[in-house]
Write a protein that binds this ligand. Sequence first.
Ligand SMILES: *Cc1c(COP(=O)(O)O)cnc(C)c1O
Length: 381
Amino acid sequence: MTHDLAQAEVDLAAVAHNVGVLAAHTPAAVMAVVKADAFGHGMLPVARAALAAGATWLGVATAAEALALRAAGVRAPVLSWLHSPRTDFAELVAADVDVSVPSVAHLDAVATGAHQAGRPAQVHLKIDTGMARNGADPAEWPQLVTRAAALERAGLVRVHGIWSHLYEADRPGSPGTTAQQDAFASALIRAMAAGLRPPLRHLANSAAVFSTPSTHYDLVRTGLALYGVEPVPGREHDLRPALTVTTEVAAVRRVPAGTGVSYHHAYKTARPTTLALLPLGFGDGLPRVTAGRAEVLLGGRRCRVVGRICMDQCVVDAGDLPVAAGDPVTVFGPGELGEPTVADWAGWAGTNPHEILTGLGGRIPRHHRSHDRTRQLTGRH
Ligand SMILES: *Cc1c(COP(=O)(O)O)cnc(C)c1O
């Protein structure tokens, strides 16, 4: 059930370009984080484009995402990081998926899975360095690394990585990041003392790639920047936003001053104006809280979304612009033609770009485009 009046164009050449930008900022290997359907961009096309452009790892949150990559024939290394001890680890091990391990309970479940699969599990032990989210409690770490070393000797696991996640790498110079790096270094020393020799140590997300080189270690896990959104607001790294959402005006109305628009008449027209109906609403991922602030590009101009955003539709005040039903509308895109960006929408919604991208509804069809001849020919970025 996809929309016939709205679409998302995914510029895979931009994804490839962004992998290049990331790789130019680090000697570490680049993991393309393609969880949540590649932040709404389409997991498989993005994974393939990122790998072709030089990313060597894929990162996903769930077992189902990892297995979907394998089922589609993607052979590159994949790390999956969100499981409970009840997860079917045998299936992941059999599919050659690396799994994150945040506790002894998880480790034992993984070892059982490896036994069932008849081959060692490749694990990345995760230490909580200060985020208090998903990772081993530092108090449990000595036990976790000791047990992992024993299971490694038993041939049931191979400790491929040790890792953690930063909670505010988007604030360059944060003392929190420094403290996390110290905690990570201590965890690595403890793991070495237990006899582990993990080839991959990883800590950095997109923001840290640009803001904190000392976090790069062997691998960087990049999501947001891969999709062309600046992870540190205000900084410019020649990233190219990959997603453009467009629609068309479904209908227009010329209305007098004082016309109340949409539910509860939250907006009243100040003068005679043209209202353009857009066939997109909060059911498609346009956050309801952005009404009155959000803008779209219509007729070459920024026009404001007014009145309550509904589930499937919203209204734009086009003023005296000569707009007609069928006119093209850009909801967000790279910003080069004056259209809002995903960062603009995040600002209007009071959230981060990740939430806008992953919130885009499934009924907006994604079209993937691999070659951007205009940009290549003109050398524009
Ligand atoms: C989502 C995620 C990433 C990617 O983060 P960005 O800030 O989008 O680069 C990296 N690591 C983990 C553990 C994640 O969950």
